[in-house]
Structure formats: C-alpha cells, structure tokens
Write a new protein. Structure first.
Length: 367
C-alpha cells in the first residue's frame, strides 16, 4: 500500500506540479513581465516576451507538460513518456477548468497501460505509443469533462464559502493547505487541480508561507542560515522527519497560519488572481508572492471565471476588469502576511513551547 501511495499520490502529484511550473506558471510570469515592460513603450523584445508567455500558457501545452512530467516521475519507458504529450493535451483541453485533475488521473492510467505493453512485441515502436495514446484519449473523451467538472465544483465551493465567510474559511484554508505543503504531497498540484484563486487562493498562500517561514525562523537556533534559506525559500517538508518524532513542533506554525489566514481574507483581502498553482507554493522561490503580484497586473482566466461566478465582476468582463495598480496597502499586506507575521508569530509560539517543554533542544535540527 505504501508503495502505491508514494507512486501515485506523491511522485505523480509532484511531477504534475513540476509540469505546471514549467508551462503555465513560468508562462504567466514571462507574459506579465512583457506586459509591464510594454507600458514603457513598444518594443519587439517586450512583445516577444508576451507571445512566449502566451504560448507556454496554452491549454494543450500545459496539458502535455503535466502528462510528460507525471510519466517521468513514474519512470515510464521513453515511448510511453513521449506519447503522453498527446494524452495530456487532450485531457487538459476536454477537462476545462478542472483540467489538471483530469490530466493527473488519465496520465497515470495511460502510463500504466503503456507500461504493460512496452517492449513486449517486436514492433514496440508502434504498439507502445498506439496503446498509450488511444487508451488515454479514449478515457479523456469519455471522462475528462466529468473529472474536470467535479474538480472545478469542489474548488468553486471552497472559493464561494471563503467569499461568504472569509474569517472562518480563511482559517480553514490556510491551515489545511499549509499542512499539505509540509506533508510529502504537493499542495501546488492540489491548488492547481481545484483551480484555487481569489480570497481562498490568498489564504492558501498565507498558510503555505506560515509553514515555510515559520519553521525557518523557529529553527534558526538549530539550523542557522542554511536552514533559514532551505526552509524559507525551499520547503518546510524538510521538517517531516522531526515532526514524526515530535508532532508538537508543528503547532507553532499551524497556529500562525490560523492567524495569518483570516488576516489575509478579512483585513488585507489578499487575492490570488495569478496562476492557481501559485496558491500552493508559499515562499518557495517567492512563487506565491509572484503569483499574487502578477494577478494584480495580469489576472488569469481561472481567476476571471471565479470572479464571474461569484458576481464580483460582470459576466462579460475581461481579465483586465480584475487588474489594478497595487497600493502601498497591498504591498504591506503581502509582506506582513507572507514574511513578517509568520516569522514573529512562529518564533513567539515556539519560544512558549520551548519553555513549557513541548519543544526540546535539537527537536528542530535538520539532518
């Protein structure tokens, strides 16, 4: 059981997140950079950046990147891996707003089916891609629409609830997504699969940042600058071995995320209108913060669709209807929620827990 959980829930999901990062996310950043530079004046290089970003963000490109990344993470043979590009493109296109989840499920199935016949015949170069592509596209035609609709519906319910009850949902989303980020599964992939944007996406960023910055600051006395950077800009997953030994070390950052989440949704009203995958990245390479910032200038279609459903913009509005020039208050909120408050709160809670003996010297040391 552990073998399959690791293969399908950890490895495949991590691969999917990498595929999203290498297409949709980086494409969004490049496109937004080009659009910002075009404000300074027309220039062929700036226009090239916008077009390059758009190409990387195309649905079929994103789907192909995700499927190939999933196949790579599963260690499939080369012919299966290359054939997954067509499967991913089909699944993501037919899956609609919930396309990433459709790609995730269908790419796994077609990978395993292709694996079954790989190198079993003398005409492997025909049989393997034939089975992989036909099985994957058939499943996509029959099921991708419904898988995508289910994922989109779950994501919409979360975003709708956060819109109506920002305080309570700010706590719930921030805590849960933050915990998922530290566990050995991909919070980024989950946020992408649910197309988590808007206030809920902002709360997710808050929770992820609380875990990463929280552990980085709280464990500074044990891990010094190397630990600060590896956890604060890398991943809080590095603490999983220590959490298993003493689960109480997780409480300070969880409490911090329970505080920063509602501050994000109720006080600063921080929204993730960038790529949904950014909602689950936290401070890893500043991707979460870049996602929030790119959403200010160039909101994604996913964010627009959510805003239209929630009624915050008109049904015929374009993505630019969500765009705005960030104020000093917006930047203050981003810095406080993602960096200052997680560090201060986790340090304070950690100090308290050290004094009462719940956290002992060496409990947070990274091996």
């Amino acid at each position: 059981m552990n073998k399959y959980v690791k293969r399908y829930c950890i490895d495949a999901m991590s691969g999917m997140a990498q595929g999203l990062f290498a297409s949709l996310l980086i494409g969004t950043i490049i496109k937004t950079l080009g659009e910002l530079l075009l404000r300074l004046g027309t220039n062929p290089i700036f226009e090239f950046l916008v077009n390059a970003g758009k190409f990387a963000m195309e649905g079929h490109v994103v789907g192909a990147a995700m499927a190939v990344a999933i196949g790579y993470s599963l260690g499939v043979p080369a012919l299966v891996l290359f054939s997954l590009a067509a499967v991913g493109a089909t699944a993501n296109t037919l899956g609609g707003a919930g396309g990433p989840l459709a790609v995730y499920i269908i790419a796994i199935i077609s990978s395993e089916l292709g694996n079954l016949v790989s190198k079993k015949t003398r005409v492997d170069i025909i049989v393997t891609p034939l089975v992989t592509i036909l099985s994957g596209t058939l499943i996509a035609v029959l099921c991708a629409k419904w898988i995508g609709a289910a994922a989109a519906s779950i994501g919409y319910v979360i975003m709708w609830a956060t819109h109506l009850h920002p305080f309570v949902m700010g706590i719930i989303v921030s805590v849960i997504v933050g915990i998922v980020l530290t566990l050995p599964i991909s919070s980024a992939a989950i946020c992408a699969a649910l197309s988590l944007t808007g206030l809920a996406g902002g709360a997710a960023v808050a929770g992820c940042s609380a875990n990463m910055i929280g552990f980085a600051v709280m464990s500074f006395r044990e891990n010094k600058w190397g630990g600060l950077l590896s956890q604060g800009l890398g991943t809080s997953m590095l603490q999983m071995a220590n959490i298993i030994k003493n689960p109480r070390i997780w409480l300070p950052v969880i409490l911090s995320s329970a505080i920063t989440g509602p501050i994000s949704t109720c006080v600063f009203k921080m929204q993730m209108n960038g790529a949904p995958i950014s909602s689950g990245m936290g401070t890893c390479g500043f991707v979460g913060q870049i996602g929030v910032a790119t959403g200010w200038f160039s909101p994604t279609d996913a964010a627009l669709q959510t805003a239209q459903k929630l009624g915050t913009v008109s049904a015929d509005a374009t993505a630019q209807a969500l765009a705005h020039s960030p104020t000093a208050f917006d930047w203050l909120g981003l810095i406080l929620i993602c960096f200052v408050l997680p560090g201060v709160l986790s340090w304070a809670f950690g100090l308290l827990f050290r004094k009462i003996g719940w956290i002992k010297e060496g409990d947070l040391t990274l091996e």
